[in-house]
Design a protein around this ligand. Structure first.
Ligand code: SF4
Length: 223
């Protein structure tokens, strides 16, 4: 079983799988040029995971080297992702430093680890794992208390059962009153048009999103 938290090396270093410049494929800034910092490691094993290459490997990078690399791309938006970025404690410091640097920063997180210490300037894009992911038991619902209007909760919908489950969660926690709610059809498992019809039938207060980067570049890594 993978550990929840990767040991932090001395000197504010993080284990990094990749840093790259692309168009944001999801969330409310979809389509915007963005620098992605993909941290290595994840304690979850979702059945549909398309970034399992980030589970292991990577290279240690100092915080200052990471910031210098980000600056070289000259873009406004930075997304810290994984893996599960919060599995490395120094991620919190990285997020704070990026905000201090004037970037518009978002964090993609599984929802399985605490988000209450994340810098409030960071836009949290937090998954709630559906039954189809195989990891729904890892959802940390107390995280919802740490979300605000600028944040987003994302459900990856694998099938009708997932849809009905997510609809129930939205109602139970009044999610749409807390933050933006995103529905993503699981690539190759849920037909997007069918999901769109369900949302319309139920007048569900959610935003359907398709993964722009996959439409543009398929599963190409670093895109
Ligand atoms: S949380 Fe994300 S990175 Fe981790 S297994 Fe699930 S989909 Fe993959």
């Amino acid at each position: 079983m993978p550990a929840d938290v990767i040991a932090t090396a001395p000197g504010d270093r993080l284990r990094i799988t990749e840093i790259f410049h692309s168009l944001q494929g999801e969330s409310l800034t979809a389509g915007c040029p963005t620098v992605f910092i993909r941290l290595t490691g994840c304690p979850l094993r979702c059945g549909y995971c398309d970034t399992d290459y980030a589970f292991q490997g990577g290279e240690w990078m100092g915080l200052e080297d990471i910031l210098a690399r980000v600056a070289s791309y000259r873009t406004r938006y930075v997304t810290v992702t994984g893996g599960e970025p919060l599995a490395q404690k120094s991620c919190l410091k990285l997020l704070r430093k990026l905000c201090d640097g004037g970037y518009t920063v978002s964090l993609e997180t599984s929802g399985a680890l605490a988000v209450d210490e994340v810098d409030p300037r960071v836009v949290k894009v937090m998954d709630l794992k559906t039954p189809g992911s195989g990891e729904a038991a890892r959802n940390r619902y107390e995280n919802l208390d740490a979300l605000g209007r600028a944040d987003q909760v994302k459900f990856v919908i694998c099938d009708r059962e997932d849809y009905l489950w997510a609809r129930g969660i939205i109602g139970r926690y009044r999610l749409d009153a807390i933050c933006e709610v995103l529905f993503s059809p699981s690539h190759g498992r849920q037909e997007p048009a069918e999901l769109a019809e369900w949302i319309l039938e139920d007048r569900l207060p959610v935003r359907l999103q398709l993964q722009l980067h996959k439409q543009l570049w398929g599963n190409e890594r670093g895109r």
